[in-house]
Every structure is written in structure tokens, then in C-alpha cells.
Design a protein around this ligand. Structure first.
Ligand SMILES: [Mg+2]
Length: 451
């Protein structure tokens, strides 16, 4: 029986979120949350009659997140990787997934577009993640369990240690993973029973009114969250007012993180955070350029609030330097920014080596669905801890997914369905394809009628 990847589909999917200012921050005032989405089709029949069975074979689903314009560029980048997949035996094992990751990130010509950063690297990540979705489905397990069921040796084999060995060697990675082997089963059980800690950004978008901010902050606490996040960086006086209102609304015991989305130069960040410090912010996220390692170290040294970054960090090498330079207090991995599960495993291991907690970036479209698997795997098999760790949660667009994130009392419920929770509903894909989907056609018709 042949078991191959038979087809490779790419979709440009966009949601008109800018109409409600959901997701608005100091640098991104009008995002239309979007996904450059890839489907790997196979000839492996789904014996469980799972959600993919209608199309014949089991499928792998993956995507990059963007905020609108340029999503077509991302989709085109993903499409350049088609020859690596179509006709390939379906990936099932750590060895298969390691080989695919290396091939996609080291194509001798495509590599020129990075290397290992930007659109092409994110495209590789979408395909790598789709392969993980596929392999986990074939194993009948959610990705976090699939990963946590691998031996330390298999996990180490997944990582590309090139450029890392001055900070983390394969032997050290093996030691970290072996040290976390005892207790894996107990932690997995605890995760299934209690879920993983989350925080919510839903109250804090910059485009929201003060009343909406206060109402949503109170609602978040009532819903069981112990941490919320506010966007900052538009105007200092507005930020002082908004943070004071939020602090008054939630009281002293709830953590309030703030996020500048790269708005500042180093001196601005120091000045701004010194002014906001009396309201006890838990961290300042993305104070400045995500490429500026020494800048983050200077911000950390120059004011009292802890520093977090990572959602725009291009690859494991920049994370390595942020950790080496003592520039961050929290590492914020993103499931769809770097080259997929494999590179995020490298980053989780680096964070464990340096003893820095990982608090993933999520939100967007589908990012909560993906990244929960990585934090849960980290808890079971890498750091072995959820102390001081939280996954971001944003209550947007989950209804478009077949296995949406489930939040209960401020915690992510451990996913039980096989795969990466990445599958978007076929009707959502059809309606939001850009520009031909019904959602976009309707807007075009309205615009034309108004002219
Ligand atoms: Mg952020």
C-alpha cells in the first residue's frame, strides 16, 4: 500500500477584524487577521472516520499568521515548497520530521531569501507544522502527547543545533530531557485534570474605549484569569490613565502585563516604563525592535519592569543571543513565526538551559490552537514546570476551527483530539478566501454600491 503525500493546497484566508479594532495596538492599528494556510493531502485512509475522512485520505493542516496585506506573498512562499512534499512518503517518525525540517530550511536556493528568517522561514514553519499535524493524527494523538511520548534521543534528533552549540550542545539538551523523564506520566495526568495556566489580552486592545477596557478587565477576573494584558505605546498620558483604570478594576493581586509592540527606542522604553512602574506591570512586552538584543538588555537594566519578547523573533539564533545577553525575563515563543515544532523545540531547550520561563504568544487566528501543544509538551517533558508560565489567550476566531481551544477558569484544557488542532472548517475557508470568498465579495459589492 502506497502511503504518500498526494497533493498540496495553499489558501489565502483573511478575516475582516479591522472593522471592530480587535487586535489593534500601537504599531498595528487595523489588522485583518489572516492565515496563509496549507493542506497536505495523502492516500492514507482514515480508519477512525475522523473529520478528514470525507476527502479520502488523512490530511495535515498548517498555517502562518499575518495581519492582512502580504498574506498572498506568504501563500506564494509556501507554494514554493510543494516539490518537497508531493510524492513524498507520509512523515510518521521523529527521523522523518527531522529530515523534512532540515530540507525545508536549507534549500540551497530558497535559503538566500533569509537565511532562516522572514517570509520564507515562516512558510517552512507552516509546512513543518502541517507535517506534525499529519504525523500526530497517524499516531492517533494530539501533538503535545505525541511529542511527550518521544524519547530524549528522538527529541534531540529533531533539533538543528547549527549555530547553537556555543550555548547548548546536543549532550546538554539530552541531559535536560532526561532530567524531566521521571514524572512525565504524572504531569500529563495533572494537565488533563487541571489544564494549563492562561492569561487574556482581550480587554487591552488600544482601540477600545476606557469603559470597554474596564468592563472586559473585570469580566476576565470573573472568568478566572489571574493575568491580563494591555497594549501601550500610543500616548504616555493615555497609558497611565488606562493602566490606572485597569489596576483599579482588577485590584492588586491580578497581574497586568503591558505590550508596546516594538513601538519605542531604548530611551523611550526606559522613560515610559519608569512612568508606568507604580501600577506594577508584570512585564513589558516587545519594548523595541525584535532584532535588538542589546537594546532589550538595556531596557531590562534601565527600568524596574521585567522584559518579555519573542513573537517577532526570527529564529533560534536570536533567542540564543537574547538569553546569552541576559536580555529577557520571559521567552515568548510563537508557533507559526519560526520553522515549526522543530525550531520551537530548540527554543524551549534553550530557555530551559537558561532557566527562563516560556510564556507563548498566541491570539491571531489559530495561534492559541497551535501553541497550547508546545507549552503542554514543555510542562510534561522539558522544563517540567508551569510556575510563572502562562499562555496568551485571545477570544477571537476560534469558531472557525474543528478542534478549538477550550478555556475553563482561566486555563487551557488539554486537547484530546489527534493532531495539532490546526484544522479550519471547510466552510470558513471557503467564505474567507481572499478575494473570492463570500465575506470579501460582499464587502466589494457594498464598496462599489457606495461609489
Ligand atoms: Mg505582543
Amino acid at each position: 500500500m502506497s502511503q504518500t503525500v498526494t497533493d498540496f493546497e495553499v489558501h489565502d484566508i483573511r478575516f475582516p477584524t479591522s472593522e471592530q479594532l480587535d487586535g489593534s495596538d500601537a504599531m498595528n492599528p487595523d489588522p485583518d487577521y489572516s492565515a496563509a494556510y496549507v493542506v497536505l493531502r495523502t492516500d492514507v485512509q482514515d480508519r477512525t472516520d475522523g473529520p478528514d475522512s470525507g476527502n479520502g485520505g488523512i490530511e495535515g493542516h498548517g498555517f502562518c499568521f499575518t495581519i492582512g496585506r502580504g498574506n498572498e506573498v506568504m501563500a506564494a512562499a509556501i507554494d514554493t515548497l510543494r516539490p518537497y512534499l508531493v510524492g513524498r512518503p507520509v512523515p510518521r517518525t521523529a527521523a522523518d520530521l527531522a529530515a523534512l525540517h532540515r530540507e525545508l530550511t536549507h534549500d540551497s536556493q530558497l535559503r538566500w531569501l533569509g537565511p532562516e528568517k522572514g517570509v520564507m522561514h515562516m512558510a517552512a514553519g507552516a509546512v513543518v507544522n502541517a507535517a506534525w499535524d499529519l504525523a500526530a493524527k497517524l499516531a492517533g494523538r494530539p501533538v503535545w502527547e505525541f511529542l511527550a511520548g518521544m524519547t530524549p534521543e528522538e527529541l534531540v534528533s529533531l533539533v538543528d543545533f547549527r549555530y547553537l552549540t556555543d550555548a547548548l550542545t546536543p549532550e546538554e539538551a539530552l541531559e535536560i530531557l532526561r532530567a524531566a523523564e521521571p514524572g512525565r506520566a504524572e504531569r500529563a495526568e495533572r494537565l488533563r485534570a487541571e489544564g494549563y495556566p492562561a492569561y487574556t489580552t482581550s480587554p487591552g486592545w488600544l482601540g477600545y474605549s476606557d469603559d470597554k477596557l474596564v468592563g472586559l478587565a473585570k469580566e476576565a477576573v470573573a472568568d478566572g484569569f489571574t493575568q491580563i494584558k494591555l497594549k501601550v505605546g500610543g500616548s504616555l498620558s493615555d497609558d497611565v490613565r488606562r493602566l490606572a483604570l485597569a489596576r483599579e478594576a482588577v485590584g492588586p493581586d491580578i497581574r497586568i502585563a503591558v505590550d508596546a509592540n516594538q513601538r519605542w527606542d531604548v530611551s523611550d522604553a526606559v522613560e515610559w516604563m519608569t512612568a508606568l512602574a507604580p501600577y506594577d506591570p508584570h512585564w513589558i512586552e516587545e519594548p523595541t525592535s525584535p532584532d535588538d538584543i542589546l537594546g532589550h538588555a538595556a531596557v531590562r537594566a534601565g527600568q524596574p519592569v521585567k522584559v518579555a519578547t519573542g513573537e517577532h523573533v526570527a529564529n533560534r539564533v536570536v533567542f540564543k543571543q537574547l538569553l546569552q545577553a541576559g536580555a529577557v525575563d520571559f521567552v515568548q515563543i510563537d508557533a507559526a513565526r519560526v520553522a515549526g515544532v522543530n525550531e520551537n523545540l530548540a527554543i524551549l531547550l534553550l530557555a530551559a538551559k537558561y532557566g527562563v520561563p516560556v510564556c507563548p504568544h498566541a491570539g491571531g487566528v489559530g495561534l492559541c490552537e497551535l501553541v497550547q501543544h508546545l507549552s503542554m509538551f514543555d510542562y510534561v517533558a522539558v522544563s517540567g514546570s508551569w510556575d510563572n508560565r502562562v499562555i496568551e489567550y485571545v477570544d477571537h476566531l476560534h469558531e472557525h476551527f474543528a478542534d478549538p481551544t477550550v478555556i475553563e477558569s482561566g486555563r487551557y484544557t488539554a486537547p484530546g483530539s489527534p493532531g495539532f488542532s490546526a484544522r479550519m472548517l471547510p466552510e470558513s475557508i471557503a467564505a474567507h478566501r481572499y478575494p473570492e470568498g463570500a465575506v470579501w465579495q460582499a464587502r466589494r459589492t457594498t464598496e462599489e454600491a457606495g461609489r
